[in-house]
Design a protein around this ligand. Structure first.
Ligand code: GN1
Ligand code: MG
Length: 367
């Protein structure tokens, strides 16, 4: 059992779950929120999360987004005559109909139904499952195509505005709050040498080449739940950053994570590379699902998305290291630096393979 069991019991009661809790396990996936699996004696299982309010300043706005988006998805399944059971995240409300609870210490909690007999993966061992996962993320966006993007709160302003992230990075270099600048000059130079990349997607958006859609914005492979029994993707999770965005963000972030030949925390950069077979499998699933929906410009710039999202994570991990580890959860004082170096190695390999990536996505252009 975890330490804060009394708080967990209190929060569950506020959500109307008054039965006896027989087990609580902390789930250590995710770099931001605290996540627990709570099991009741009647075998009901829930995912309880304490939302990180340093990162998400307005948790009530996240829950407003999530309740609207999940209602929209459930309706889509209903109209198609399909059950949304285990396919759409199901959040519990309090007796006042609220999707979150704020305690007197300002901590913010939410509860959703645990998708039983499901699993998620940090690395890819099955290309056909990755292809299906690409299709599941594509399907998620397709189902939200008619959702009113303007009705969504921007839960983290400028989340994938890489140009703004670059500006903030320069400020952190200048401030050198944790006295670490001198030790990471090589990494700082790497970022500055690529400053042009920071503006590429934002400029294409401003010029009207790439449109905003409703995107997930955190399409890590472990944000897809897989059915243990059928080995099929079930449900897209982690909806905190569903906001207006470019499909290049979603495609790019998924590639950054799933097509890396090792996990993003691996300190051994010799294990890092871009796996083109993974790139191809994800692209095939994702783009096949969105055929006729995306413009040719959006397809052409999928590779720009992969490079930019990887570069953005170099910037974000290095900024957090310079700031003294305020944002991402860390397991050691050098964790953010190791993540930075891992993403640098990945970006270097992507730069070498850029033409090959573009050639793969070009197959999906409509003539
Ligand atoms: C964070 O918490 P998690 O693992 O879902 C971060 C993502 C990063 C990711 C890097 C809200 O996601 O943007 O890509 O870490 N989420 C937020 O692993 O900042
Ligand atoms: Mg997330």
């Amino acid at each position: 059992m975890v330490q804060n069991i009394d708080v967990i019991r209190r929060v569950c009661k506020k959500f109307g779950r008054t039965g006896e809790i027989i087990d609580v396990q902390e789930i250590k996936i995710g770099n931001i929120n605290k996540t627990y699996l709570v099991i009741f004696s009647d075998t009901e299982k829930y995912i309880l999360q304490q939302v990180n309010t340093y990162v998400f300043k307005h948790p009530d706005e996240i829950m407003a987004n999530i309740s609207a988006v999940t209602a929209h998805l459930k309706n889509k399944y209903a109209v198609a005559g399909k059950s949304h059971y285990r396919r759409v995240m199901d959040f519990i409300t309090t007796d006042k109909g609220e999707y979150g609870i704020q305690l007197e210490d300002s901590s913010f909690w939410r509860l959703c139904i645990y998708v039983d007999r499901s699993v998620s993966y940090n690395t890819v061992s099955d290309l056909s499952l990755l292809r299906k996962s690409g299709a599941a993320f594509g399907e998620f966006e397709a189902l939200l195509a008619d959702f009113d993007a303007d009705s969504l709160y921007e839960t983290i302003p400028g989340f994938h505005n890489t140009a703004k992230r670059y500006e903030n990075f320069l400020k952190s270099v200048e401030n050198d709050a944790a006295w670490r600048r001198a030790s990471v000059q090589e990494e700082i130079d790497f970022v500055i040498e690529r400053a042009e990349l920071a503006k590429k997607l934002t400029t294409l958006h401003e010029e009207g080449v790439l449109p905003n859609r409703v995107t997930h914005n955190d399409t890590k492979y472990n944000n897809i739940l897989i059915d243990i029994d059928t080995n099929e993707p079930l449900c897209v999770v982690d909806l905190d950053t569903v906001m207006p965005g470019l499909v290049a963000y979603d495609f790019g972030d998924a590639i950054r994570f799933a097509a890396n030949t090792t996990i993003e925390d691996d300190p051994d950069t010799s294990k890092v590379s871009l796996d083109l077979a993974c790139f191809e499998a994800f692209a095939d699933g994702y783009l096949s699902r969105l055929k006729g929906f995306l413009t040719n410009d959006e397809i052409i710039h999928m590779t720009t998305g992969a490079l930019t999202m990887t570069y953005e994570l170099v910037i974000r991990f290095l900024t957090d290291y310079l700031d003294g580890d305020k944002y991402f959860k860390i397991k050691s004082p050098t964790h953010n630096l190791e993540r930075t170096r891992n993403q640098i190695a990945l970006l270097k390999d992507m730069e070498r393979k850029e033409a090959q990536m573009i050639a793969i996505t070009e197959r999906y252009l409509s003539k």
